[in-house]
Every structure is written in C-alpha cells, then in structure tokens.
Write a protein that binds this ligand. Structure first.
Ligand code: CA
Ligand code: CA
Length: 111
C-alpha cells in the first residue's frame, strides 16, 4: 500500500485504500490544531473574518451587508467591517470577504 500525502489530499492505493483515505480525511478534519497568535487573528480579521471565529464565510458577509453604507458615527458603523479602511462599509469590503471565502485560520497559517 502506498499513501501519498499532500497539502489537502491523500491518495491511497491498494487493498483497503478507500478505508485509509477515509480515516485520513477524518483525521485531517478532527486532529488537534495549533492556537493562532493574536497577530494571526488580527491578520485574518482584516482578510474578512469579521466575527473572528476562524472561518471566512457567509456569516461574515451577512454581518458586513447588514452595515452597508455605514460611516463613522452611523448606528451600524463597526470599524472591524471596514476591511479596506476607507471609512465606509460597502461592496468593496464585501469583495475582500468573497476573495477569501472558505479560508480558515488554521489551514491558512499551517497550524
Ligand atoms: Ca468568520
Ligand atoms: Ca470600506
């Protein structure tokens, strides 16, 4: 049996290969992960993880969309949602989230 491990892929060849691949997939999903540093959390937040849960996804998009057109002083203003730091929350911030959609902090930083 030959197992080739890549960044996000496992290829198992031979008898039971599918079972080995399944276990590898499960291990990849549930293995203990490292703890991001505060600097890594800050970088990832600026990439679109506005709720800082470690994932850039539709939850972050919805938060930013709910604050569309907010500027400093607006009730919906949240500086964390102004990803491009141009002092208005709009589609330009949403594009940053879309560009990084589905990233997670642990894979991104190799933790
Ligand atoms: Ca998030
Ligand atoms: Ca902005």
């Amino acid at each position: 049996m030959i197992i080739v491990k890549g960044e996000n892929v496992a290829i198992a060849v031979g008898t039971g290969g599918a079972i080995v691949a399944a276990f590898y997939f499960i291990w990849r999903k549930f293995r203990p992960r490292g703890v991001p540093t505060s600097v890594q959390w800050d970088i990832f937040a600026e990439m679109g993880d506005v709720n800082r849960d470690g994932h850039i996804n539709s939850t972050d998009s919805k938060l930013v969309e709910a604050a569309f057109n907010a500027i400093p002083g607006s009730p919906d203003w949240n500086p964390a949602y102004d990803l491009n730091k141009d002092l208005v929350i709009n589609l330009r911030d949403e594009y940053i989230i879309i560009a990084n959609d589905r990233l997670n902090i642990w894979d991104y930083f190799g933790l």
